[in-house]
Design a protein around this ligand. Structure first.
Ligand SMILES: Cc1cc2nc3c(=O)[nH]c(=O)nc-3n(C[C@H](O)[C@H](O)[C@H](O)COP(=O)(O)OP(=O)(O)OC[C@H]3O[C@@H](n4cnc5c(N)ncnc54)[C@H](O)[C@@H]3O)c2cc1C
Length: 271
């Protein structure tokens, strides 16, 4: 009998290099019934090496889905050597999802930093697909420098349907850059969404999510309508081991997507 920790296999059917350390893997699940919602994650890995929580960076269609993975440590650097045709192991989907279903007619503000755009990409795809269902939509995406931007070729196509601010903290000497410069917080006031009618989804480094949330509240957003995706070290992914416990919450099961107002009740809040 299969336990909740039993992994499935998925074959790599495409690999796209996003940046020097980040790739998007297109995977075909061997579990035909596999499905997931934007914001959920899989525990991805390989026997004998380990597992790491990785969000879905696409929706799931006919067992095909994507993970966008930055090589930072034991598991993710091991996966960097995988080629098309190789198989990875995964279990999931786990965790909560972005509450996109609640938003008929509402404005949406999406703020992402670095590889934090990956879990929000399927939300943007859904919005573009059902564009008339939403009000004004803005994406603010910031990265350290132009060569750290993921999904660069795709971002331009989003501009047809939604407002996009693409910004970097700094431009290296001799690098051409035709977009914005400055922290993502600088663009909160430039977005045309109406705070009284909007939901906000934020994903990136925790310090960035803290300052973005504060900027949104200052602009009139309600804490019950601001959602963040938290990152904590995880082992089991099913709220058994306690590695990701954050006050009374398990980030793997109660999150990773939380309404800001849920987190403020925790002893150490956001950060
Ligand atoms: C819900 C969720 C979704 C995520 N989605 C994505 C995604 O879509 N794409 C993506 O690229 N990443 C994602 N991450 C982040 C990813 O899971 C981490 O980067 C993970 O640690 C990588 O595992 P690893 O074994 O490769 O790295 P590790 O070997 O765990 O090392 C990762 C980093 O943590 C440091 N570190 C190692 N051990 C410890 C320790 N005990 N305490 C503190 N720091 C330590 C290392 O020095 C290194 O800098 C997500 C994380 C979560 C929680």
């Amino acid at each position: 009998m299969k336990t909740p920790l039993f992994p499935f296999k998925a074959q790599i059917i495409d690999i796209k290099i996003e940046t020097a350390d980040t790739k998007t893997y297109t995977l075909l699940s061997k579990d035909a019934a596999y499905t997931a919602k934007p914001g959920q994650f899989n525990m991805v890995g390989y026997p004998g090496v380990g597992e790491a929580p990785i969000s879905l960076s696409s929706s799931v269609t006919d067992g095909i889905f994507q993970h966008t993975i930055k090589g930072v440590g034991r598991v993710t650097k091991f996966l960097e050597r995988f080629k098309i045709g190789d198989e990875i192991h995964f279990r999931g989907p786990y965790g909560t999802h972005w509450p996109l279903d609640m938003q008929s007619g509402n404005d949406v503000l999406i703020v992402a930093g670095g590889v934090g755009l990956a879990p929000l990409r399927p939300v943007i795809h859904e919005i573009v697909k059902m564009r008339n269902f939403f009000g004004k939509v803005t994406v603010i995406y910031g990265s350290r420098s132009p060569d750290n931007i993921i999904f660069m070729d795709e971002i331009e196509t989003w501009r047809k349907d939604i407002e996009v601010f693409l910004t970097v903290d700094e431009i290296p000497l001799n690098m051409k850059w035709n977009y914005d410069v400055g922290m993502v917080t600088k663009f909160i006031d430039k977005s045309t969404v109406n705070p009284l009618n909007a939901y906000a989804f934020i994903c990136g480094p925790e310090i960035m999510m803290l300052f973005v949330s504060k900027g949104l509240f200052f602009r009139g957003f309600l804490p019950s309508r601001v959602y963040v995706s938290l990152e904590r070290r995880m082992k089991c992914g099913i709220a058994q081991c306690g590695h990701c416990q954050h006050g009374s919450k398990f980030v793997c099961k109660d999150g990773p997507v939380f309404a800001y107002k849920e987190i403020t009740k925790l002893p150490d809040g956001l950060l």
